[in-house]
Design a protein around this ligand. Structure first.
Ligand code: GLU
Length: 310
């Protein structure tokens, strides 16, 4: 008989991580291309771990809601996988882009088919699918995320309006796809929904709970409801690993070794299948658009626990 390894002392580990990684406010820049995000203080640091055995551990500003931005693309992709099935992959690929998340160039070369669902073009395409299939897509998404974390979450209307007013590049991406026949709805309707889902506000504790189904073969551990089938959950984790952290996905796979998704609000979520989810938030971003302290915190988490999919 083999003994399973002892459970780490997560509260002590989170404290060590916070001391070592801190907010790293002087090592990065808060995103300012969405004006409402520029006002977020750079010195915040929060982290939460949700284990599949049911414990939630919090550190620092773990209960302060922040703009999850591109992390919301996990949830829109989840809804689309359930509603559209395999046809989804005719409209959007699953290769890392190797280009900035809002690049137009690749989309032209590849005839309006976005490389993956996490770059902006891909997420706009997924948003278009949801606008076609759901009467009130933003409400449906908010309900799903509220159910997953067991608390009512909200969309920050000010952040959504601020991004909507600065949407020229995303509008260009959407028009481009439409010109190739790869977008069905009015561009304005797609953008309205896209900025709303990016403006979902969640705390680290809520985010770690809300993504636990990805560590649990697609089953929400809190309610027992199936959100994705196991194959879909594995695929979503694969896309997170290869495409979830902008142009640094290779570096994240190398240094962290877990499926991760980041957002320009400074959040990062990481999935350790069969074990736990981790959410970390610190608004100062490095050159690749990922939270500097967030990346350091995840590196330390895996260094101390040995968590990895490899
Ligand atoms: N709403 C943001 C945008 O489209 C999302 C960026 C991100 O977090 O990657 O620019």
């Amino acid at each position: 008989m083999t003994n399973s390894p002892p459970t780490p002392d997560y509260p002590a580990l989170l404290k060590r991580i916070a001391v070592a990684s801190g907010p790293a406010a002087d090592q990065g820049q808060v995103a300012d291309y969405i004006p409402a995000l520029a006002r977020v203080p750079a010195d915040r640091f929060g982290m939460a771990l949700q284990t599949l055995s049911g414990s939630l551990h919090r550190q620092g500003d773990a209960d302060e809601p922040f703009s999850i931005q591109s992390i919301s693309k996990i949830f829109t992709l989840t809804l689309a996988m359930g509603l559209v099935g395999e046809d989804l992959w005719r409209r959007v690929g699953r290769e890392p882009s190797g280009n900035p998340f809002n690049s137009l160039v690749q989309l032209e070369r590849e005839h309006g088919i976005p490389r993956n669902p996490f770059i902006n073009a891909g997420a706009l395409n997924v948003a278009d699918l949801l606008v076609s299939r759901l009467d009130r897509p933003a409400a449906a998404l908010r309900e799903l995320v509220s159910e997953l974390c067991g608390e009512s979450v909200h969309i920050d209307a000010e952040v959504a309006a601020s991004e909507r007013a600065a949407s020229d590049r995303n509008a260009a991406l959407a028009h481009f796809m439409k010109s190739f026949g790869n977008l069905d709805n009015d561009v304005d309707d797609v953008l309205d929904f896209y900025v709303q889902h990016c403006a979902l506000a969640l705390s680290c504790a809520q985010l770690a709970r809300a993504t636990a189904y990805l560590a649990h073969d697609g089953l929400c551990p809190r309610t027992g409801r199936r959100i994705l089938d196991p194959r879909q959950a594995r695929r979503l984790n694969a896309i997170m690993l290869t495409c979830g952290t902008y142009d640094a996905a290779g570096d994240f796979a190398f240094e962290v070794g877990l499926p991760c998704k980041s957002g320009v609000g400074g959040g990062i979520v990481a999935v350790a299948p069969g074990q736990l989810t981790a959410a970390v938030w610190s608004p100062a971003l490095g050159p690749s658009g990922n939270s500097v302290a967030g990346q350091q915190a995840l590196e330390r988490l895996v260094a101390e626990t040995g968590l990895s999919v490899f």
